[in-house]
Design a binder for this molecule. Structure first.
Ligand SMILES: [Zn+2]
Length: 252
């Protein structure tokens, strides 16, 4: 099948050329293009009979820490084998072409950082930043032994308080990290262009971010496999693969 030609609206190209501050807001779709399975699809093997609600809550962790830690550790090791894709790389390039660029992500992987992005706000935490369940002290991830198969694994112990180390992600029922949220809202309110990429835009409060940008007069472009219904004159929907569309927004 011939590749569909993607037309990038001139309005968007002009806005990017004039922008002082660009915000890139990313969701699962961007990681999916690197082969990272979505949360639900990652429940395989040992964990297949579980619901995310049974593995991704503080209660689940306390009830069976080995099962939950093992699952996150397995996912982390799979992530180490994934690579940034052309969408991640285009975002790095775009950052070099505008005075200021902020990445706000709902993804818990480090693919933006590995592509070379700086100034990344992780609204849902990072699977690479575990911390103590009791005292919140960050835990340095040393070279963890490679897992050959999916297995339950006891979490490490905090060297300060002997508490259990937990994954550094935001679980169901937990608040999003306040400093990151405040920085994200401030960036959305102060940007000229916001690119919302690979995110369904339905999970609150993260879904407010494009709305905040629109209210502050920014141009908002949704880049998604599915069309996004645009309610606002300054809102655009580009349908397609982020790894194909984003390179069209940056100069070579
Ligand atoms: Zn501790």
């Amino acid at each position: 099948m011939p590749k569909k030609t993607i037309q990038v609206p001139t309005e968007l190209l002009n806005a990017l050329a004039d922008a002082q501050h660009v915000v890139v807001f990313t969701g699962a779709g961007v990681s999916a293009e690197s082969g990272v399975s979505t949360f639900r699809d990652a429940l395989t093997g040992l964990w297949a009979r579980f619901d995310p609600m049974q593995l991704a809550t503080p209660e689940a962790f306390l009830a069976d820490p080995d099962l939950v830690w093992g699952w996150y550790e397995w996912r982390r090791q799979l992530l180490l084998k994934a690579h940034p894709n052309p969408a991640h790389q285009a975002i790095v390039k775009l950052a070099q072409q505008v005075p200021k660029l902020t990445v706000i992500t709902q993804n818990v992987d480090d693919l933006h950082e590995r592509a070379g992005s700086r100034d990344v706000l992780h609204l849902h935490g990072s699977i690479f930043n575990p911390r103590c369940f009791s005292c919140a002290q960050p835990y340095p991830l040393k070279q963890a032994p490679a897992m050959r198969h999916e297995q339950a694994l006891p979490p490490p112990t905090c060297s300060y308080c002997q508490g259990m180390i937990r994954p550094g992600v935001v679980w169901f029922g937990e608040a999003l990290p306040q400093a990151e949220m405040e920085a994200a809202f401030a960036a959305a309110e102060n940007c000229d262009v916001l690119l919302s990429i690979g995110t369904s835009g339905v999970v609150q409060p993260a879904a407010q971010i494009p709305q905040l940008a629109l209210r502050s007069g920014a141009l908002v472009a949704h880049i998604n496999l599915e069309p996004v219904s645009c309610q606002h004159a300054r809102e655009l929907s580009l349908v397609g693969v982020a790894g194909q569309i984003l390179p069209l927004l940056v100069q070579d």
